[in-house]
Design a protein around this ligand. Structure first.
Ligand code: MF3
Ligand code: CO
Length: 259
């Protein structure tokens, strides 16, 4: 399978999948506080997804046992929600979720502070979020795929943070993972040319310390080797003739839509 160009009808369905996912994240964000479990967050996410008649795309994906990936502190991605994993003041928590609306996917992640956190950890969250926007600025027809990768890497590394290598963003559409892979660091070459109608899940995973990771014995949870904190931020993005359209972001959070 190669990269797919979506029709106007497919784009409409993906817009709706993205709009719903933005709400799912907003609702999950509201319950984040010390004392709740990572399973509470999963339950809220799944409830909101199903309230729109959508399917949580992660549930049973390659055997993943939940609807939301909930990754705390040194967990980079793919943390499995548990009722005995209780959030504490000073933690950071990354939430990653996907929905299927009428056969089309959206995929997005946010990292939240739990109560008061260290200033440096605030910085990690903010730089990770901004690195996504630096990448998206390059997500224009005529540019090349790795222009996005380079922008993310240059921005994150300019703050002394590091970019995870093993996991990458991806095309998205009628499947959660489509071609192309989108590294958050610049490989050799420029990558393919971007064309209107491509839909991409761009998802920087940024570590406070070193870039190396491990996968735990549960075969899912990805953690930093040096146990320092890691943040994740992701949206589903449409390449257009003009500015990129961020499908999984509410207008109020979208710098491209601010006057
Ligand atoms: N959001 C992840 C990604 O972009 C998907 C999580 S994998 C799952 O690749 F198994 F948890 F679904
Ligand atoms: Co993704």
């Amino acid at each position: 399978m190669s990269v797919t160009i979506k029709s106007e009808h497919e784009i409409e369905l993906m817009r709706e999948a993205g709009r719903i996912l933005a709400i799912v994240h907003e609702e999950m964000g509201k319950i984040i506080r010390p004392g709740i479990s990572t399973l509470d967050i999963n339950r809220k996410g799944e409830e909101v997804i199903r309230s729109f008649g959508c399917i949580p795309s992660f549930l049973n994906y390659n055997g993943y046992p939940a609807s939301v990936c909930v990754s705390v502190n040194d967990e980079v991605v793919h943390g499995i929600p548990r009722k005995d994993r209780i959030l504490q003041e000073g933690d950071i928590v990354s939430l990653d979720a996907g929905v299927i609306y009428k056969g089309y996917h959206s995929d997005a992640a946010r990292t939240h502070a739990v109560g008061q956190i260290d200033e440096e950890d605030e910085k990690l969250i903010e730089v990770t979020r901004q690195s996504f926007f630096e990448g998206v600025k390059m997500a224009k027809a005529g540019n090349h795929l790795f222009d996005i990768s380079k922008a993310i890497q240059d921005y994150a590394e300019s703050f002394g943070f590091s970019v995870v290598r093993e996991m990458v963003g991806h095309g998205i559409g009628s499947k959660l993972h489509e071609e192309p892979q989108i590294p958050n660091f610049k490989p050799i070459g420029r990558g393919m040319k971007l064309r209107p109608g491509m839909t991409l899940a761009i998802e920087p995973m940024i570590n406070k310390g070193k870039k190396e990771i491990w996968i735990l014995d549960d075969d899912w949870t990805c953690v930093t080797r040096d146990s320092q904190y890691s943040a994740h931020y992701e949206n589903t993005v449409l390449i257009t003739e003009g500015e990129p359209e961020i499908l999984s972001l509410a207008d109020k959070d979208n710098p491209f839509k601010q006057q």
